[in-house]
Structures are given as C-alpha cells and as structure tokens.
Design a protein. Structure first.
Lengths: 358, 329
C-alpha cells in the first residue's frame, strides 16, 4: 500500500515527522566541496523537506550517524568518569540529550551497508555498546532509485533491491512524490498529507553502467600479484575512498588530556583508514603495509573476499562512492575486475592443483 | 606611394610600429585570457588574409598578428569588429578597432573554472575589471591569479590580485589524520599544527590558499562562502628599477578592488610626469615620487574597506636601482 504526495504534502509530512523524530538525510551543503563554489551532499539533521537532497547520490554516507567521524566516548576528571551522551556529532549541543528516535533516509545500497555495520559492531565478538546505543534508536526510510548513478555497481553486488527493514519509502513520481508505507502505524500520518493512495513499489536499479566481477576465491599466491603494483605510484594514501564508504568501520582512539589540567580529559574515537599513513604502524615505528599497493590489496580483499569468509556475503555494496571521490582516478571497480582476471589467469596456469585461500 | 601615418594615433589604435618599414602588427585584446573559438578563427582569418599567416601569443595573454601592411589597418579594424564585440570590450564604436592601448590587457590564470586550487572566478573578475578600466590611455597593468601560487605572475603588475579563502574548520568532522598539516607544510606555509588530535590554524601565518580544504578527506575543512583577495601593488619590470609587487591589502573584497583601481586613474592624471616618454609612466614611479600616503589618499577615496580587511600602512619595495648602480659587486 502506498501514497502519493504533492510538494506541500511532503513538506507537512516531514515537518510532522521532524517533531517526533530526529530526521537524518542527505543535504546539499552549498560551497562545501573541495573546490571553489562546488557543493557537497553530506548527511545532516533536517526539519524541512526542502533541505533534503533527493536527486543525487550523497558524497558521504549515512554512516557518520552510526559511526561518527569523531565521537567523544567519555570525559574523565581526577576521580570520575562520565559517558558522553547524545546522537550524531559529539558535542553538538543541539542533539545532546535529545532522546528521540532517528529516521535516516537512505538508498538500497546503504541499507545493505547497515547490515555490514551491524555485522562488524554487533555480531563480531562482543557488542560495541556505543554503536548499540545509537543503533537502537535508528529507523530507516528507503529512498527509491529510479536510475543508476555514475560509478554505481549495486546490481553486481546484489544490493540494488533494499532489504525489508524500512518504515516507508520516498521517491519522486509524476504526481510529485510516491511513498510505499511498510509500517502500519504511520498510515494515519500519510492519510493526512497524501493526495491519493495507490500501490507503490519503491523503484530500484536493474542495470548499472559499471560491472564488476567478484572473484569466488583468491589464491594466497596473489598476495604478490602485479595487480597491486600500479597502486604503489598511483595511490596517494589519502583515505577518501574509505571515509566515504558506507561499510568501512575502522576507528582509532584519541586520549586527550586537557591543557589547563592534565588530569582531566576525554577519550575520543575517530574513524581510521587502512589507506592512510599510521594505520598499520606498531610500537617502535614499524609498519606492516608501507606501500600503497599493499594497502589497496588489504582494502580490496577485505571488501570482496575476506569479509565474506567470516560473514558469508561481501562487504562492498557497490555504491561507487570510492570511485566518485578518488582524486587520482583510481577505480575500485576496475581493481576488482583486474583481480578477477589475475585469479582466472592463476587458475588456468594451475589447473588441477589446489589453491590455498588468501 | 606616399606613406603619411600618424604613428601616435596608430599605436593608440593598438597597432605596433615594427622594425620593417611600412609593416605593423595588430594587437588583439583578450581580457582574462579567454577567447571564443569563433573569435580565434577570426584572428586566424586576419592573419591569413592580411598578415603572413602567423599569430604571436603575447606575455599578457593578448594576441598579435604580425606582418600587416599599414595601409590595410582600416580593413583589419573592420575585421576586428566581431572580436571586439565578442570579447565584450567596453566600446560603443566597435568599427574603428581598439580605441586605446595604454591600459594593458587584463591577465588572469584559469582560476576556479578549471583549477582545483583556484579560489574565485578569475576570468569573470578580469572581464569585469577590463570593462571598468578600458579603453584608457594610461599605462596600467592589472592581473588576477586564483591562489597564492601566483601562476599568473601578478607580482609583476601594478595591481596583482590573488584569491583567498578563509578555511572553515569543523572539529566534529576531523579525524586527526594530519594530511592538512602535512600538505600545508609541503605545498604552503606551515600554518597548521595538530594539537590533541585536532588541528590548530595560525591565523596570522595562513595565506588563505585553500590547500587544507583540497586535501582534507572528510570535509572538516571547507571554504568560506565569501571570496577574499590579497592585493599586491606596484610590481614592474623595466630598465630602471624592476621589482616585485608587495602586499598592501588582504582579506579584501571584489568591489573595493574595482574602486581602488579606478581611483588610481585619477591619481595618475593628477601626478603623472608631463614629460614621461609617450605619456607612459609606471604608477610605481609616480608613487615613489609623490609618496605612498598620497597614493593611499587617492586610491582609497570613497572606499569602505571591510572590517576583516588588513591594510599595510607602509609598503617597502627593496630591489636594485639600475639607474643608480649597475655594479655586480
């Protein structure tokens, strides 16, 4: 069952939802891009439909809500510890202490991304309580995808159709906006703002321009494949690919002692990236993956191979944001395909012998 | 054939006197260095029809068509009409060629239209400036560059305008990766440092180049909505006392710059050496003669500098005076 809304209806709907929920959605930040007078679409809290960017892929993903870029976990004084509260960006006074649930607007690929974050933070050994604290308050609104965006390869990753964990869907239609409503309790709200009701099936992408071939197995011998070598000079190790990725989960800790009183301070966790210097640095200054090609190998294999060994499905959801953002025009999709070619080549050369999995 | 040509009028009409008697070159003005392919085709046409099939690209982004017979100048001017209109030169009468040559072509690097580091639309500002100050016979050089890298060599101009952005920092988006600190040190002026996992910017040292914004992987650094500028003044090449322009204003706005440059024309009218060769004297020499304070008085007339703008009350140019000493020791 679904509803059709005009612009005014959507305005009213979002305004009313924003009273009961914190609404977290892709927002066009004017001039916030790297380059002069270039916009950037980043997730933020909205209270108005006009703030929501429905028509492009967001440059950064929703994950900044569940795993903030920088999050203060607790503050300590000489004899006390206080856990930091609030949702969203740490220290954001507007959200601190706001106990409302959160509605997050996201596309099918990102909804599959949530499943990966859950796997890493909730089903991978002991639960992460800070993640759990936020996750329990989050509900999803599916943004329909009438067509693919540049660099998307969700179809080949099997993440083009959304899982069933959304409350309602939203997309543009000929009549204005179309919503499928899965959560029955929201029906009265839609009845108030809809111009009509009709069957709505959220649009999903059936064909991408980009295709990836994910290798079924990767022989351990390809650890030293020449596939990785080109990235030694091409990659600059900036980590943008991992920071825009909806499924990258790595973080590191910062223990901060305040200047005025060194016995008072806070512990923060900040997102980390396997592509950035320092990630694999150990005590004494040694580093396991100095070469950018080695880091690329680590990242790519994690996304389309290693994660699958543990959880049974690939980590990458094919949103293509990594390919959108790379300043050196390195394509993750192309790398996966090169890897598959190398695997095929290896298989052909070693027919009959048994490969050791990487 | 009698050749009786008013050379001074010809020069003002943007034709050069060449060493080959009877031959000239047509100087096509290209404000901001951006010319349409259509006008470029017209330049080619002139070069093939009236020149010797060659086009010279000038240092100031203009175009010169050499090998033109002086008697063909009126015909060349006729052909220039569409180019003058297309490049939006501020002339009502576009049929007589260029009406002045004193104020030099306004130069601009590609700026934000192309360059990842460009802090503003250099082309648009150059075109606006050209519209404000041309045609004029006074010898004034203005150049625009998108960032402190100064690819446009604005430091060799009377007015060199450099784009700036004021980096905006959102600590909540900062992961302390230190790339901005590293790149600021390697590509710029080391104005950033990491302190307790977050970045501190030395506001005095920061030149507003935007390198931190370009390299930040999380959008913790973004650009200010306002476009700011640094103005360097009185740079020049030449025989007597070539020197690089020096900083006069920073964090200044576009409108103030336009006013200041226009005001400077009145200053020149008042104080130019009446015996200056061909009525041309670099403004810097006039400023040297009448004093910096007097220049400021004229240049800043009716200009309300924004509160954020910093102004050097004294500017020093320290370079060799070849007219006094040409000794290498």
């Amino acid at each position: 069952m679904g509803y059709v809304l005009d612009g005014e209806g959507l305005d009213g709907l979002v305004r009313e939802l924003a009273r009961d929920y914190l609404v977290f959605a892709p927002v066009r930040k004017v001039g916030a891009g790297r380059f002069t007078d270039v916009d950037q679409v980043i997730y933020d809290f909205v209270d108005d439909a006009s703030q929501i960017e429905l028509d492009v892929k967001s440059d950064y993903s929703f994950k900044e809500l569940l795993t903030p870029l920088s999050q203060t976990l607790f503050y300590y004084t000489e004899d006390q510890v206080r856990e930091a509260g609030g949702i969203g960006a740490a220290g954001d006074p507007a959200r601190e202490g706001d106990a409302r649930d959160v509605l997050v607007l996201m596309r099918a690929c990102d909804l599959h991304g949530v499943k990966r974050l859950d796997a890493m933070y909730l089903h991978n050994g002991p639960e992460d309580s800070f993640y759990r604290r936020i996750r329990d308050r989050v509900h999803f609104v599916l943004l329909g995808c009438p067509q693919t965006f540049e660099h998307c390869f969700c179809v080949d990753m099997g993440s083009n159709v959304a899982p069933d964990n959304w409350e309602f869907s939203l997309e543009r239609s000929d009549e204005g906006y179309a919503c499928a409503v899965a959560n029955e309790s929201l029906r009265p709200l839609f009845e108030r703002y809809a111009t009509a009701s009709r069957d709505v099936v959220p649009a999903h992408v059936t064909q991408n321009e980009v295709h990836v071939r994910v290798p079924k197995t990767v022989p351990l011998e390809l650890r030293t494949s020449p596939v990785w070598d080109e990235y030694n000079h091409r990659c600059i190790g900036c980590g943008r690919c991992t920071l825009v990725c909806p499924t990258c989960t790595c973080f590191t800790m910062q223990d901060v002692a305040y200047t005025e009183n060194g016995r008072v301070g806070e512990r923060r966790r900040v997102q980390a990236s396997c592509m950035i210097d320092g990630y694999s640095t150990v005590a004494g200054g040694a580093s396991y993956r100095k070469q950018h090609g080695e880091r690329m190998r680590f990242k790519v294999l994690h996304k389309v191979y290693d994660f699958r060994q543990r959880f049974g499905y690939d980590m990458c959801v094919g949103c293509g944001r990594c390919d959108d953002v790379c300043p050196e025009y390195i394509s993750f999709a192309a790398c996966v395909n090169k890897l598959s070619d190398a695997v095929d080549e290896w298989d052909a050369q070693h027919e009959g012998s048994v490969a050791r999995d990487a | 054939m009698i050749q009786d040509i008013d050379v001074k009028a010809m020069k003002k009409n943007a034709f050069r006197v060449s060493k080959e008697r009877g031959m000239t070159a047509s100087r096509v003005r290209v404000p901001g260095g951006l010319v349409s392919a259509k006008s470029m085709a017209r330049i080619v046409e002139i070069a093939e029809e009236y020149g010797r099939g060659e086009i010279f690209l000038t240092n100031r982004q203009g175009v010169e068509i050499p090998g033109i017979h002086m008697e063909d100048m009126p015909k060349v001017n006729e052909k220039l009409k569409t180019i003058i209109e297309d490049t939006k030169i501020n002339q009502e009468d576009t049929s007589q060629g260029y009406l002045a040559s004193g104020t030099r072509n306004v130069v601009a690097c590609p700026g934000k239209r192309l360059c990842p580091f460009g802090c503003y639309d250099t082309t648009a500002f150059a075109q606006r400036m050209d519209h404000e100050i041309f045609p004029n016979n006074r010898h004034v050089k203005v150049a625009f560059t998108g960032c402190s890298n100064d690819c446009a060599h604005v430091a060799l101009n009377d007015f060199g305008i450099i784009g700036m952005t004021e980096p905006q920092y959102d600590p909540n988006r900062c992961i302390g990766c230190g790339q901005c600190v590293d790149w600021c040190q390697r590509r710029s002026v080391s104005a950033l440092r990491l302190e307790k996992g977050k970045v501190v910017r030395d506001e005095d040292r920061c030149i507003g180049c935007g390198v931190c914004v370009v390299y930040c992987p999380t959008r913790a650094w973004t650009r200010s909505p306002e476009h700011y500028f640094r103005v360097k003044i009185m740079g020049r090449t030449g025989k007597q006392n070539p020197r690089l322009a020096q900083d006069w204003l920073r964090w200044v706005d576009e409108d103030s710059i336009v006013k200041i440059v226009k005001n400077t024309y009145a200053f020149i009218e008042e104080y130019i050496d009446p015996n200056a060769p061909e009525g041309k004297e670099h403004i810097g020499y006039i400023v040297d003669r009448v004093g910096f304070d007097e220049f400021c008085e004229w240049a800043l007339k009716d200009v309300e500098l924004p509160e954020k703008c910093q102004r050097a009350t004294r500017v020093y140019w320290d370079t060799k005076r070849y007219d006094r000493d040409n000794n290498l020791r």
